[in-house]
Design a binder for this molecule. Structure first.
Ligand code: GLC
Length: 412
């Protein structure tokens, strides 16, 4: 796990500011989410459901990772990760925007000032303790090695002195009890976040709340950014805990969660009172969570959770679910399959009825990503999203657009 979710701003302020990135942003959140010990990815799926149902429409999700784009893409294939609004990669040396990952050239330019990677390579090669990492992890503003824990401190000190003598202002970061990264002094996950904050501020769109989440040494500087809330997940590495003990002990804005990874983030959202903190995945009976306002995101997330549970045979095979589905679907509604085939919504509910329990005892999961509701009238929304289905080994994604109309009497 080497990760980051987002940042936040309060609803009123965001609305006034027009949102970040074209009209949305309540919270900026940077997240350490990926748990390699959670084979079923349950905490990540819990987080996904919470984010898409309550935050996606007005908050910013920022992933911040030590990995290069190559390794990040590999991880995305393995884990049910959402698409962040902003991705910070290679220990804060690369920033991209959106699904298509448009690079921030301004950040690249800033980091290129006073930086010479040849000098770093030359000086680092004088240390036999430093073993180069894979070629994919060597980036324009990041040179990475492995070094044993016992030797890390001394090597860092000696290498810094050497680089300084060569007139290079570099930053050396030790993470995970093994990785040593050399970056320009102005780089790093914290600096990248500070750069984004500055950019948002100049556009009048600074998120009101920012929650940073981390687990390793390269996350430490995130916690030093002014005005952020921070959570060190329960599985945080020794070097981060040590940094905290020496630099931020007693700071009420930073907590050490008792939960691992994404579950630690949910815990922090609740602890700091940043907004809704109950994941729809933790709710079995949705009649208990009637919302004050219509929330299209929540309706979609709820429906697909029901769909997953229905096919896994985890809800009762009851006529009442079947009947209420019919009530919520418009009688003349049509489901259009990507192949172009059309089926009336009521017929597709009949089809669904036959699928009860067909995924029982399997790793079948469903989640949604990039959920975007567009209000088209007082009581209607066009909602587009990516719907993912995974059987464990294989996954499929469908791009869905659906029309939702609020109807107080019809709730699943
Ligand atoms: C990731 C990167 C690696 C880096 C480490 C710590 O694992 O792949 O290059 O050294 O994070 O920042």
């Amino acid at each position: 796990m080497r990760w980051s979710v987002g940042a936040w701003a309060s609803p009123e302020r965001v609305r006034k500011a027009g949102g970040v990135g074209g009209g949305r942003c309540r919270v900026g959140l940077r997240l350490e989410t990926v748990d390699h010990h959670d084979a079923e990815n349950l905490s990540l799926l819990r987080f996904n459901a919470l984010w898409e149902s309550n935050y996606r429409h007005d908050s910013l999700l920022v992933f911040s990772t030590g990995r290069s784009l190559t390794l990040y893409k590999e991880l995305r294939k393995e884990k049910p990760m959402l698409t962040p609004d902003i991705t910070i990669m290679s220990v804060g040396t690369e920033i991209t925007y959106g699904k298509s990952m448009v690079p921030d050239d301004g950040w690249f330019e800033i980091l290129s000032q006073k930086w010479d990677r040849n000098i770093v390579i030359e000086e680092a090669s004088k240390f036999s303790e430093l073993k180069p990492q894979a070629e994919t992890e060597q980036r324009p503003h990041k040179i990475s090695f492995y070094v044993e824990k016992e030797k890390a401190q001394q090597v860092t000190k000696d290498l810094s002195e050497r680089l300084e003598k060569r007139g290079l202002d570099a930053k050396i970061i030790y993470s995970g009890g093994i990785d040593l990264d050399i970056l320009p002094q102005g780089a790093g996950k914290g600096q990248a976040l500070a750069y984004l904050h500055k950019k948002f501020k100049s556009e009048g769109k600074l998120p009101i709340n920012t929650l940073v989440c981390g687990d390793s040494g390269n996350d430490a500087e995130l916690f030093s950014i002014p005005d952020v809330h921070g959570v060190m997940v329960s599985n945080a590495q020794e070097e981060l805990l040590q940094w905290h003990a020496q630099n931020a002990k007693g700071n009420p804005k930073i907590i050490h969660a008792t939960e691992r990874c994404a579950a630690g983030i949910i815990q922090a959202i609740s602890h700091f009172n940043l907004g809704p903190s109950i994941s729809p995945r933790d709710v079995m009976d949705f009649t208990e969570c009637q919302l004050e306002h219509v929330n299209p995101g929540h309706e979609i997330v709820k429906f697909y959770l029901f769909y997953e549970r229905w096919r896994r045979g985890e809800v009762e095979n009851s006529e009442s679910y079947y009947a209420s589905l019919k009530v919520v679907c418009h009688p003349s509604g049509v489901f259009i399959h990507p192949s172009g085939e059309e089926l009336s919504l009521h017929d597709s509910i009949d089809k669904l009825k036959k699928c009860y329990g067909d995924r029982q005892g399997t790793k079948y999961r469903v989640w949604v990503d990039r959920l975007l509701p567009t209000r088209i009238s007082n009581d209607a929304w066009l909602v587009s999203f990516d719907k993912w289905e995974s059987t464990g080994e294989e996954r499929q994604c469908g791009v869905v657009t659906t029309l939702l109309r609020s109807k107080a009497s019809a709730r699943l």
